[in-house]
Ligand binder design. Structure first.
Ligand SMILES: C[S@@+](CC[C@H](N)C(=O)[O-])C[C@H]1O[C@@H](n2cnc3c(N)ncnc32)[C@H](O)[C@@H]1O
Length: 503
């Protein structure tokens, strides 16, 4: 039977945070001995066309990926892509949550965009399936819409649905929903309205959606089951599963909380992490969660374990301006509106190493060696390394350092005959979106850029590329051969930095 997802295609994208290498790192930081990633088994429930899983499968040849979805068209599209790229470690199939059976346990289970959007009996089957399919120290990641901020979104959904009335044609429904959202936006006060800021933000999100089809499936879905975190945690526990952490550690941080509340929440973190999460949702008015769960008897630890950093890979995700290792003055590392002050020469030097080497992922021993070198020392002692791990755990929960449990292979230098990821080349034959070997979603809206990636199959030198790209550059935009060549090298460097070139 054709589903609404067959009728209206849902644009699936690779989710960098849904990569098992990310999930494993977060779970290990929160006390779960998450299975080794290189040879893991991954299941995605409701995988759509499987682009996310396929992108993971490209760089993890020894791991096994299984995805199923009710929408036959999406699965057919996904299978075609898998076949064209020639991947043997991924299996996509048509299946229903209420009847699908695992053939063996899975180390990582991904459930994105499903829990809130299915009827009650399917949700019950979903949690039963996750519990049945998860390996003993496996980790599942489930996303869902949550309260308290879900209430303001509900207001907008109800208004849009009223305006849609009896219409059933998806295009008309989307048009009517947007019409209503624009009407509301027009009526709202032009000055910032603190009381209704959340609602105004929801209206903006609807109007500015990148993909109209997402509006149809997400906001206009007949089912949109929102829950408080404690209800989700209870649901998990009823199925023998326990809360581990959120997928993005920085959303669990107390960044702008008043000091007394911050201390209260910290204390609660140690005593009852699940209760702490609920109060934190109230305090920050949360609307969406991506929660990691594992099997009981796991006891949530509430605060990250710095010792786990020793087995993970680190990347800087911030910048700094003044480098000053040896004075008492703190150095500030910042990204966007988040900043931390770092004191002590070792922590400062380690953070500078991470900033300078990004996007490379450094193992902890590599970081220690580079830090010692930066300070002109032979080595960092074990005690100093422990203190550094504690500082890095703070930087991680602030989002300024990234931790992963896996390093994909990709080229950082441009070879004589560069090769782009075969998966990205195949994607670009059909659409402007491509996934890099670092699992980043990239978009190529310009014809020469898209063509360039497709030409990178290892048979062409720089001269060949210039010759073949020239005819598709509009004559009035052709900068001359020397300039074009310079631009081409710069573009190839960008591709290398994004992890699009094969090593
Ligand atoms: C919002 S989309 C999310 C797709 C993908 N997980 C992502 O994040 O891009 C929801 C998906 O769940 C699938 N789905 C809904 N009910 C299902 C069921 N009972 N069994 C299997 N898949 C189902 C839909 O076909 C659709 O592809």
């Amino acid at each position: 039977m054709a589903t609404s997802y067959d009728a209206v295609e849902y644009p699936t994208l690779p989710r960098i945070l849904g990569h098992p290498g990310h999930i494993a790192a977060v779970a290990r930081m929160f006390g779960v001995a998450a299975p080794p990633v290189e040879r893991c088994r991954v299941l995605e429930i409701g995988c759509g066309d499987g682009v996310h899983l396929t992108s993971c499968a490209v760089t993890m040849p020894d791991a096994v990926f299984v995805g199923f979805d009710l929408a036959a068209d999406a699965i057919a599209r996904g299978r075609q892509l898998v076949e064209r790229v020639g991947l043997k470690n991924i299996h996509l199939e048509v299946g229903d949550i209420t009847t699908w059976q695992p053939d063996a346990p899975f180390d990582y289970i991904l459930v994105h965009g499903i829990y809130s959007w299915i009827p009650d009996f399917v949700r019950e089957a979903l949690m039963t399936l996750v519990a049945k399919s998860l390996a003993p120290t496996g980790v599942a990641c489930i996303s869902y819409n949550c309260y308290p901020a879900g209430y303001t979104r509900q207001m907008l959904w109800e208004m849009m649905k009223y305006h849609i009335g009896e219409r059933t044609n998806p295009d008309e429904m989307i048009e009517k929903a947007l019409e209503l959202a624009r009407f509301i936006q027009f009526c709202r006060p032009k000055e910032p309205d603190v009381e209704m800021e959340l609602f105004d933000n929801d209206v903006d999100i609807v109007i500015n959606k990148q993909f109209r089809n997402v509006l149809f499936h997400d906001e206009l879905s007949p089912t949109n089951h929102q829950v408080h975190f404690h209800e989700f945690a209870d649901d998990a526990r009823r199925h023998g599963l326990r809360f581990v952490s959120e997928l993005e550690p920085h959303v669990m941080a107390n960044a702008d909380m008043p000091k007394e509340i911050d201390e209260l929440l910290r204390t609660l973190s140690r005593v009852n992490p699940e209760r702490r999460e609920q109060y934190f949702d109230f305090a920050c008015l949360r609307r969406f969660r991506q929660t990691l769960i594992t099997r009981e008897p796991h006891e949530p630890r509430g605060v990250p374990d710095p010792a786990a950093i020793r087995g993970l890979y680190l990347t800087g995700n911030c910048g700094t301006d003044a480098i000053d290792f040896h004075s008492d003055k703190p150095m500030t590392f910042a990204a966007g509106t988040t900043a931390i002050d770092v004191i002590g020469p070792i922590a400062k030097a380690a953070m500078v190493v991470l900033v300078e080497t990004r996007p490379r992922r450094l193992s902890f021993p590599e970081l220690l060696a580079a830090t010692a070198k930066k300070l002109g020392r032979d080595a960092i002692t074990d005690k100093e390394a422990d203190e550094l791990a504690t500082d890095l755990a703070i930087a991680w929960t602030s989002g300024l350092v990234l931790l992963k449990a896996f390093v994909p292979r990709y080229a950082t230098e441009i070879s004589e005959r560069p090769v782009a990821s075969p998966f990205a080349r195949e994607q670009l034959r059909r659409e402007p979106n491509a996934t890099s070997l670092l699992h980043l979603a990239l978009r190529f809206d310009d014809a020469p850029g898209r063509k360039l990636v497709q030409l990178l199959d290892g048979t062409r030198t720089l001269d060949d590329l210039v010759r073949e790209l020239k005819p598709i550059v509009p004559a009035d935009k052709w900068p001359g051969e020397a300039e074009f060549r310079k631009g081409l090298v710069a573009n190839l460097r960008m591709l290398a930095l994004s992890g699009l070139l094969v090593a």
